[in-house]
Ligand binder design. Structure first.
Ligand code: SPV
Ligand code: MG
Length: 431
């Protein structure tokens, strides 16, 4: 009896999967690999059921003899361990980012022995419907909201990209890269006050009100499934903040980050160049505690952002605020800096972690942008936010195009660096 292996990355079984099992069983005894959560979220959809539930689901299928966990998305380890005679896969991985996984599988089979059998991927209405139902499920508030906490548990560092519209949401949702045979993607979205304001041609001074911010969030939610962290500025009046916590939680936002400033808020990247007032520990702690009391689920997170380093109040001030805000109920701490060198961020994280091993730390490396995710993670950072890069990429491109068309009195010269609309709309799902 030949040993046949196939890896599944799905939470639901449709006829396409049953067909793979049926064909695999014709070739020998079938072992199904359940891809681990950590590998799955880098390359496929976020799981809606646990790895144990996925194992049980696959084990219950006719024709499956054994189920194992495949830890890595590449095939080397599992092929080295199991020595299957045959690996079975759908033929839908010949193009796109998954091509690298196919190449890796073929190379591993060459090294350890065994052959690859590819089976025509089932394309029909039922399969497409099952696929879109799973996506819709992930977009539901109860699934989206808890996903940030789940990601913090699964990932060494959660990677969050700025989104300020449906389109930037789609870019964050769908961009997948392949490097050294591995696939990667962003984990979540940051609805930045700076970019949300800039996109409306307004200054970042809490002028764009919550109703407008909620419209942006809704535009993003309409077309994505990944979790959302809202930049909640100062949180406003405590009496208003509690209502906003309820609203955000209800619509499925995962976290709000509020900063310990008061009065007319200016963007942190201005630092001490403009007048900015830090809130007292007592007031800000009371705001956090009120928000936590208003919250109804265990999923939602209120994260306290500390501006002491931005306002040059020193490390001791930043640390004492961090511990006080955690004491008041904050579910995470965002520490911000506008230094180019990440040294003060590292010092903060190391000293915070000496006393607090678990509260998630969030950083925004806009100024200290040479730092890598690995370095941040090694200092105990849990979430990295790329807070404004999509907006900063789009602005010069749009401006250059406007200048070129005005200069040449036609669009020909600009066209060579414009993406055809046909390509842009491949991002947009049709129902
Ligand atoms: C934002 O993106 O609006 C932020 C982060 O608050 S920063 O601009 O760095 O202050
Ligand atoms: Mg902001």
């Amino acid at each position: 009896m030949k040993k046949v292996y196939t890896c599944f990355t799905t939470d639901i079984i449709h006829e396409g999967h049953l067909n793979i099992i049926k064909e695999a069983a014709k070739l020998g005894s079938v072992t199904v690999g359940a891809l681990s959560d950590a590998a799955l979220i880098r390359y496929n959809r976020f799981p809606t059921i646990s790895i144990d539930e996925r194992i049980a689901l696959y084990r219950g299928l006719d024709g499956v003899d054994e189920v194992v966990v495949q830890d890595d998305m590449t095939y080397d380890e599992i092929i080295k361990t199991l020595h299957p005679d045959i690996v079975v896969h759908g033929d839908n991985w010949k193009e796109g980012p998954e091509k690298a996984l196919r190449e890796n599988c073929i190379a591993a089979l060459k090294e350890f022995g065994g052959e690859l059998v590819e089976i025509g991927y089932t394309v029909n209405e039922n399969v497409a419907k099952a696929d879109s139902q799973l996506k819709e499920k992930l977009a539901m508030p109860e699934y989206r909201r808890k996903r940030l906490r789940q990601l913090i548990d699964i990932c060494p560092i959660v990677k969050v990209m700025e989104a300020h519209s449906g389109l930037t949401g789609l870019i964050t949702e769908k961009t997948i890269v392949e490097k050294n045979g591995k696939l990667d993607q962003f984990d979540g979205m940051w609805v930045s006050s700076l970019c949300d304001s800039t996109d409306r041609g307004k200054p970042d001074i809490e002028l764009v009100d919550m109703t407008s911010r909620l419209r942006t969030i809704n535009d993003i939610m309409e077309v994505t499934t990944k979790p959302i962290i809202l930049d909640g500025d100062t949180g406003g009046l405590t009496e208003h903040f509690v209502y906003n916590v309820r609203t955000l939680e209800r619509i499925g936002v995962s976290a709000v980050i509020i900063e310990d400033k008061t009065g007319l808020k200016k963007n942190s990247l201005f630092g001490t160049e403009v007048v900015q007032t830090q809130d007292s520990i007592e007031n800000f702690s009371a705001k956090i505690a009120a928000g936590k009391r208003a919250q109804l689920t265990d999923d939602f997170m209120i994260i306290a952002r500390i501006e002491s380093l931005i306002l040059e109040r020193g490390m001791e001030d930043a640390l004492s605020r961090a511990f006080a805000f955690v004491e008041a109920g904050a579910d995470g701490i965002m520490i911000h800096s506008r230094k180019k060198d990440p040294a003060e961020i590292f010092e903060f994280c190391d000293r915070f972690r000496e006393k607090d091993k678990t509260t998630p730390i969030v950083v925004v490396p806009t100024s200290f942008n040479s730092v890598t995710e690995e370095e941040l993670s090694s200092h105990g950072v849990n979430i990295v936010i790329y807070a404004n890069q999509l907006m900063r990429a789009a602005f010069p491109a749009m401006k250059q195009t406007a200048v070129e068309i005005l200069t040449n009195h036609r669009a020909l010269e600009a066209d060579s660096h414009l993406m055809p609309f046909k390509e842009i709309i491949t991002l947009i799902d049709e129902l």
